[in-house]
Write a protein that binds this ligand. Structure first.
Ligand code: ACO
Length: 347
């Protein structure tokens, strides 16, 4: 323990504690330059995230205050606890930029490990932003920190983060490609229509793989719960979403879909989320068609959008190539680190 960590006081971050929430939002704003070019935090989205967790996940949100800094919030921790898993995910571990290298990060990680143990989890995992070879520079502190607290880089493929700047490249310059014969496009907004709720959930869970046992997952309540829980989170966070789906006309089945979402606070930024085409319908350039048709749909409703962010696993070379074709430029990689609870490397 040093002078900086001696005055630290942890407390849970409750959604109805307006003063603390305001200080937490200020901390997020102050740290917004950590990843240059990333979307600034949206207050409505972040405040909503305190009340609306991702599907099948509980959140522990904490802040740490510092006596020597007028008892203000100087760091934050979000632990995500997926139902029935052994892992506790560190979704946020953040120290105010002016107070780094004083042991506050280590203290937050120690608290994360304590909380994880309290929930019976034995593994902590988290993602860390790193530079791509030849890509824009990124702060090396997060990876150095993860190693210092005893975490190890996971064997799982990293995520590649790509950005499309519509001011630099307009993939719609030559319009939306023709829909191949035998297929038709449909669009929907934030709420998935009942007719697509089961197919969307199936595609989301199977990632379009034919070996996925649809009959075993065909209990409607279970099959649709993912899509509906996801919507609840989006609506609670004030997010809007735009979807385009492709229907195979002969069978009437939804063969694929793509999803773009937006926070309320950042009119220029959008997030390209899931795109999936069922394996039986691949090879017709439906992925590219879906993304372009959906981009046109987004821009009709959100003309201020200029920057679109997306992320894919590094081994998903097909989707990364589709994105590169559309003008998405590589930004950085997100590596996963895991640590065993009880071996935190704390002093
Ligand atoms: N360069 C090299 N080593 C570093 C650096 C750095 N810039 N920063 C931290 N470390 C290592 C050092 O070994 C350090 O020990 P030392 O200072 O005795 O040498 C050790 O990490 C602990 O450092 P702390 O002072 O406890 O960490 P800090 O309070 O600076 O917080 C953090 C580190 C959280 C990564 C901070 O830089 C930050 O908020 N970054 C933005 C958010 C982020 O990327 N979080 C990801 C965290 S990792 C994860 O979630 C798995």
């Amino acid at each position: 323990m040093n002078d900086s960590t001696r005055g630290l006081r942890f407390s849970p971050l409750a959604a109805d504690d307006e003063t603390t929430v305001r200080q937490w939002l200020t901390l997020l704003d102050d740290a917004a330059g950590d990843v240059p070019g990333a979307a600034p935090p949206c207050a409505a989205d972040m405040t909503g995230s305190l009340r609306f967790p991702p599907p099948a996940t509980k959140l522990e949100d904490w802040v740490v205050r510092h006596e020597g800094r007028g008892d203000r919030v100087v760091g934050a921790l979000r632990l995500a606890l997926p139902d029935g898993a052994d892992v506790a995910r560190v979704d946020q571990l953040l120290v105010h930029p002016e107070l780094r290298r004083r042991g506050i990060g280590r203290a937050l990680y120690g608290r994360a490990a304590e909380l994880a143990a309290g929930h019976g989890r034995s593994v902590l995992s988290g993602t860390v932003v790193e530079a791509l070879p030849g890509g824009p520079e990124r702060d090396t502190a997060p990876a150095a920190f993860a190693a210092a607290v005893g975490a190890r880089r996971a064997a799982a493929p990293a995520g590649v983060h790509q950005w499309l700047d519509l001011g630099v490249h307009d993939p719609l310059a030559s319009g939306v490609p023709d829909v191949p014969p035998g297929y038709g496009l449909v669009t929907w907004g934030t709420i998935t229509p009942d007719a697509y709720a089961v197919p969307v959930s199936m595609l989301e869970q199977s990632l379009g793989d034919e070996s996925f046992d649809e009959d075993a997952a065909a209990d409607r309540e279970v099959a649709t719960s993912y899509a509906r829980e996801f919507e609840t989170m989006r609506v609670g966070r004030g997010r809007k979403a735009y979807h385009t789906g492709v229907v195979h006309e002969a069978s009437g089945r939804l063969a694929g879909y793509t999803s773009v979402s937006k926070t309320t606070g950042n009119p220029a930024y959008a997030l390209q989320g899931m795109t999936v085409v069922h394996r039986a319908h691949r090879g017709h350039r439906l992925g590219t068609l879906l993304k372009l048709a959906n981009l046109a749909y987004v821009l009709r409703h959100e003309p201020a959008v200029r920057l679109i962010e997306t992320a894919n696993a590094e081994d998903n070379t097909a989707m990364i190539a589709v994105n590169a074709d559309l003008g998405f430029a590589p930004a950085d990689r997100w590596t996963t680190w895991t640590g065993l609870v009880g071996t935190t490397g704390s002093d």
